[in-house]
Design a protein around this ligand. Structure first.
Ligand code: ATP
Ligand code: MG
Length: 558
């Protein structure tokens, strides 16, 4: 991997200092997704930070499935997460499932009860909420709080044995009902849920809450720096309380960084799931989504995603990053790598009336003029070709330098052609052009006799391949970021879906495009970068996703 360095940042500084002072002798991090959805580019930031930072200190990073909530989790998500992490270029040291720690977590909870630091609560969740107080009022202690250790041990065991129904009892930490930090007002540690778990089956009917489970998981694995997003900042005192009072051997340190958000899209798994379930899009890997699998299917490369995330940096801020910055990095990545070729997306037939009938020729062209090592290709040319509909106008405005009656243009890699006449159908649409060509003007012949102002692309009409082109626009309109959508009164993000986010067109590509594999990438002259769609391309049925157009107004601030 080129340029592995993350530039200096506050987390790196903490790690450096911990190694220097001897507080830690190695750096251990983890990426801890909940397997309840597919990974998105926000997760890629977390992956990047955890793996790259540990790697810089020759440390280790685990992949841990935080699968403590039996209701929402699924093997499909586990598999996709592993695939995505690998695809992004990272190898985990150890693979863990938080659910494998259920026994140990249970024993730690029993330890807290024995120490008088946890109790079984009879109040309902609503009552617990009422008793908790507010930011300005202290909470009230529950009658259950004064239970004896023996009674708590007995009740907790009976909870585990399935003697109570869902919601009848919970286990709570006994901390401080007057704390200024609401998370410290006797938070719930365990709840009852008679639900089959994807890993542990029906072994358990009590499940640990995230705030209790997560610090234990980190400590069990010897994680030194537990990196998470800033919404967990308020939970840090509880995190430390759990590690300390459960008497864990290692003391991981929680450090928060800012979430990554993108403009004109949605990221939260809940919303992505809704889009999938309501069939608004074509599954979790729809090329319009910011999921890793969607970006992959669209044609983004791991390098472009990593470079984008490196550029956004590590800070506490949560601002939305312009999607165009991601586009910038894929253009950079593909500029020298992608073969260049021609495609016609909205075809208009052109007959070259002075080209001999029944004849054809091969024209040579470089595969990528910016990277001569990629060699040359042969493009067939004959009496009938396709050009783009928008490259002809009957009545052009000023400064239109493409084809119109009497005007001459260059066909890329071929000849000058001049528009002599055109044919309309009964609806008045132009369906065919009649042009003449000048054999003297062959590309590469050194012809200097006269100049033309326009160069247009084309493919041979008799020797080209049909292809489908899928052109994308933002999925979400008119909103800077997710928060704008959420803040809008009486509207949900579903009201902002762009009805024109996908356009499917049938056209043609050069006939030399053979042996294509899923996710092969090309630059189509004037149209942009495209990816061979891995889902819809079957044999000779070629389907291309547009990754990005060629031009951008976006400038990196350097
Ligand atoms: P979402 O809110 O999108 O549903 P999540 O936070 O619930 O995501 P998890 O599976 O719990 O998803 O996340 C795994 C890790 O990825 C966590 O450490 C989380 O903080 C981090 N993460 C999730 N979203 C982002 C984001 N937008 N930017 C940076 N890190 C993120
Ligand atoms: Mg989560």
């Amino acid at each position: 991997m080129e340029n592995k360095e993350t530039s200096s940042n506050f987390i790196k500084t903490i790690m450096e200092e911990d190694l220097r002072s001897g507080k830690r002798d190695a750096i251990v991090t983890r990426f801890p997704p909940e397997p309840n959805g597919y990974l998105h580019i926000g997760h890629a930031k977390s992956i990047f930070i955890n793996f790259e930072l540990a790697d810089q200190f020759n440390g280790r990073t685990n992949l841990r499935f935080d699968d403590t909530n039996p209701l929402k989790e699924d093997q499909e998500f586990v598999d996709s997460i592993k695939e995505d992490v690998k695809w992004l270029g990272y190898d985990w040291e150890e693979l863990h499932y938080a659910s494998n720690y259920f026994e140990e977590m249970y024993l730690r909870a029993v330890l807290l009860i024995k120490k008088g630091l946890a109790y079984v609560e009879d109040l309902s969740i609503e009552e617990i909420r009422e008793y908790r107080g507010t930011l300005t009022e202290p909470g009230k202690e529950s009658p259950s709080r004064s239970r004896s250790v023996e009674e708590n041990l007995d009740l907790f065991e009976r909870m585990k044995n399935g003697e109570f129904g869902n919601g009848e009892k919970v286990l709570r930490a006994k901390i401080d009902m007057t704390s200024g930090n609401m998370n410290m007002r006797d938070p719930v540690l365990y709840r009852i849920s008679h639900t089959t778990h994807h890993n542990t089956g029906d072994t358990w009917c009590i499940y640990p809450m995230y705030a209790f489970a997560h610090p234990l998981e980190d400590a069990i694995e010897g994680v030194t720096h537990s990196l998470c997003t800033t919404e967990f900042e308020e939970q840090r005192p509880l995190y430390n309380w759990v590690v300390e009072n459960a008497e864990m051997d290692t003391q991981p340190q929680q450090i928060e960084f800012g979430r990554l958000n993108l403009t004109n899209t949605v990221m939260s798994k809940r919303k992505l799931k809704q889009l999938v379930e309501e069939n608004v899009i074509d599954g979790w890997d729809d090329p319009r989504l910011p999921t890793i699998s969607g970006l992959r299917r669209r044609g983004f490369t791991p390098e472009s995603i990593r470079n984008f995330i490196r550029e956004t940096g590590v800070s506490k801020g949560n601002g939305a990053v312009d999607k165009q910055m991601l586009d910038h990095f894929i253009r950079e990545d593909l500029k020298l790598k992608a073969p260049r070729t021609m495609s016609v997306i909205r075809p208009l037939k052109v007959v070259i009336t002075n080209y001999p009938e029944g004849e054809s020729e091969m024209l040579g062209a470089e595969v990528n003029p910016e990277n001569p090592e990629m060699g040359t290709r042969q493009i067939p040319f004959s009496r009938e070709i396709y050009i783009e509909q928008e490259d002809f106008m009957e009545d052009p405005p000023k400064k239109y330098h493409r084809l119109y009656p009497g005007n001459e243009v260059r066909l890329k890699h071929a000849y000058f052609i001049k528009c002599e006449d055109f044919v309309k159908d009964e609806n008045g649409n132009v369906v065919e052009l009649h042009c003449t060509y000048d054999p003297e003007t062959k590309s590469g012949s050194g012809f200097t006799g006269r100049k033309v102002k326009g160069t247009i692309h084309w493919v041979d009409a008799n020797d080209s391949k049909p292809a489908q082109f899928r052109l994308y626009d933002s999925l979400i309109l008119d909103a800077e970021d997710e928060e704008d959508v959420d803040d809008a009164q009486e509207k949900t993000f579903m009201d902002y879906i762009n009805p024109n986010s996908l356009e499917v067109l049938d056209g043609f590509v050069e006939s030399n495009m053979t042996g294509l594999k899923p996710n092969d990438k090309f630059q189509f002259f004037r149209h942009g970068y495209f990816n061979v769609d891995p889902k819809y391309t079957k044999g000779d049925d070629l389907v291309f996703n547009r990754i990005v157009s060629l031009k951008s107004s976006f400038k990196l601030n350097k």
